[in-house]
Design a protein around this ligand. Structure first.
Ligand code: NDP
Length: 333
């Protein structure tokens, strides 16, 4: 079968494309311009006959994916703005996130005659809330907080809150769309909710500054000095290659249909990553071992990913740190 992947030149999407090609799928990658697809052509040259590109300049435009969905059996929708520089949350994050998501579903409804499944890359940002006590979140949890804060505070909301609101509202819109059109659609929806995504890159990225938000933060934390307070803060994480595989399993597993699924390797504080980094003067040391007793404010119950997707083993911090460092080394960073 053939799978449409939106935002194909992104950090996560490039690994989704590779995992799909490895599994034997043909892939149509959607990018905003021909130039943005050039690097992917090189990366996936060995699968040439099974990898093609389609240009979708503006995901938020009505009917943007009408042509791109034709002839594909499934869709992986990863394109969504992820940055922490937004001033106006509505214009810069929320609108493209919602319109991009609903737009691709609308195109699948109208023109995706062969589409059997749509996978949307949501986020743990649509799951977590900032609580006083440490908490383990599951797929039953929804982030009510971020959309409320953005509705009340607008531009004055924090950058991360604005992003979390965009992911929450876009995922809600996807489920609402499916509910509203359930009698007309020939496909079902799977939503993948990852926490922080780290690991080596295969998409085009010229400098560390040009990395996507999560990989850039990872690089910065490992290479630049930080305060103890920052080193003892953290979240949960997953390796980008495991996440790529999860997107394939989301297509292969019939029972995934209609499910939102958290894909998480576990909690971290940044000191743990400094401990896991290769022994080199390039990388910060912090205070080795000092993260071991840190309280993890946020954890996720990832048992559904094991049950439904068969994701029983995730890559370890040692593996992800080693392979990320090797990637930077290979790029001459
Ligand atoms: P990247 O920034 O590397 O990729 C984002 C992709 O979306 C790019 O292809 C980008 O295109 C495209 N995109 C963004 N905004 C628009 C827009 N307005 N119109 C068209 N295309 C757009 O980020 P990631 O790979 O990290 O993120 C991919 C997905 O995973 C996103 O949905 C993100 O929310 C989600 N996610 C990421 C996590 C992480 O830690 N990285 C954690 C949880 C979820 P272009 O390159 O042209 O800008």
């Amino acid at each position: 079968g053939k799978v449409l992947v939106s935002g194909a030149n992104g950090f996560i999407a490039a690994w989704v494309v590779r995992a799909l090609l490895e599994e034997g799928f043909a892939v149509r990658g959607a990018v905003r311009s021909v130039e943005k697809g050039a690097h992917l052509r090189e990366v996936f040259a060995s699968y040439d006959d099974r990898f093609e590109l389609v240009v979708v300049p503006d995901i938020a435009k009505e009917g943007a994916f009408d042509e791109a969905v034709q002839g594909v059996d499934a869709i992986e929708h990863t394109a969504s703005p992820f940055h922490l520089q937004a001033d106006d949350p509505e214009v810069e994050l929320i609108r493209p996130a919602i319109h991009g998501t609903v737009g691709i579903l609308q195109s699948a409804l109208k023109h995706g005659k062969a589409v059997k499944r749509v996978v949307v890359t949501s986020s743990c940002a649509a799951v977590l809330q900032v609580e006083k006590e440490p908490k383990t979140f599951s797929e039953l949890d929804w982030n009510e907080q971020a959309p409320k804060e953005v509705a009340e505070m607008g531009r004055a909301a924090s950058a991360i809150t604005k992003y979390r609101a965009s992911k929450t509202l876009a995922e809600r819109a996807a489920w609402d769309f499916v509910e509203k059109h359930k009698s007309e659609i020939g496909w079902d929806l799977v939503v993948i909710n990852p926490p922080f995504v780290f690991g080596p890159t295969i998409h085009h990225t010229a400098t560390p500054d040009a990395l996507n938000t999560s990989a850039r933060q990872f690089y910065t934390m490992l290479t630049e000095e930080s305060s103890p307070a920052v080193r003892h803060s953290g979240s949960c994480w997953v390796d980008v290659r495991d996440l790529g595989r999860a997107h394939v399993l989301a297509l292969l597993r019939a029972e995934a249909g209609g499910e939102r699924i958290i894909v998480s390797a576990g909690p971290f504080v940044w000191q743990d990553w400094l401990d896991a980094a290769p022994d080199s003067p390039k990388y910060q040391k912090g205070v080795p071992g000092a993260g071991k007793d840190a309280v993890h404010q946020i954890r996720y119950d990832a048992s559904k990913s094991a049950r439904v997707l068969g994701m029983t083993a995730y890559r370890t911090m040692a593996e992800t740190a080693r392979d990320s460092a090797a990637d930077w080394e290979a790029r001459g960073w």
